[in-house]
Design a protein around this ligand. Structure first.
Ligand SMILES: [Zn+2]
Length: 233
């Protein structure tokens, strides 16, 4: 069996994208409405050019525990004040990876923390072991969706950048897009090599979807849209 066909279950190396394993799964552990989740699905689909599925298995999610509505299974979460320690969430996310999923993005609508020794540091999202990541719902779609894409990019194997026009900038970016060098990494990951058509058709798709996802009164969304148009030409 070729090495690149072997799914790595131990987290020591990179998961490859396969024809049979290319879904991004949104694991909804939040209480946000289905309309907003659908917008997130559209955004991630155009951003990654991969199929995006949605699972909402939990009954009345809360910061103490998650309970699977169908099986009754209850997962206790590590809570610190009103926040949840993210690793306890990702342990749950691992249980919901399906055979055809490349990665699972869990979304929650309470604050997240990362434990560093005795300290609990607030975070907006985190990716772990290449198959799971988590993001906290934020007030603005644009910020929230960009955090989701940022974490999935980590799952793909892309690190932070200092480029202010890239959502892989850990301090936040001016626009929720990828700088060229990271877009190339995504293109390579997706198996498009140096195909020049990839970039153009992805931006065209983002353009088509943009105003189905974002509000025209959002100035950052408008700025990003103009940037996409520019990059297409
Ligand atoms: Zn990051």
């Amino acid at each position: 069996m070729a090495m690149d066909k072997v799914p790595n279950q131990w987290g020591t190396g990179r998961f490859h994208l396969l024809k049979t394993r290319r879904n991004i799964r949104i694991l909804n552990a939040s209480t946000i409405d289905s309309h907003r989740i659908e917008k997130l699905r559209l955004y991630l689909r155009s951003f990654f050019t991969l199929p995006v599925k949605i699972s909402s298995p939990f009954a009345r999610p809360n910061p103490k525990y998650l309970r699977d509505e169908k099986t009754g299974q209850k997962f206790h979460l590590n809570t610190h004040d009103e926040s949840v320690e993210y690793e306890s969430l990702l342990k749950v996310a691992l249980q919901y990876i399906q055979k055809r999923d490349y990665t699972v993005l869990m979304i929650v609508d309470y604050p997240l923390v990362e434990q560093n020794g005795d300290r609990f540091d607030p975070i907006l999202g985190r990716a772990l072991n290449q198959r799971t990541c988590v993001a906290q719902v934020q007030y603005r779609d644009l910020d929230f969706f960009a955090t989701c894409a940022h974490e999935i990019m980590h799952n793909i194997g892309v690190d932070h950048t200092t480029n202010a026009k890239c959502l892989m900038n850990p301090c936040g970016s001016d626009i929720p897009l990828l700088a060229d060098h990271n877009l190339k990494k995504l293109q390579h990951f997706l198996g498009f090599g140096n195909d020049k058509k990839f970039k153009r058709s992805r931006y065209a798709d983002l353009c088509r979807m943009w105003w189905k996802i974002f509000d025209r009164s959002d100035v950052v969304a408008l700025r990003a849209f103009r940037e996409i148009e520019l990059r297409m030409s």
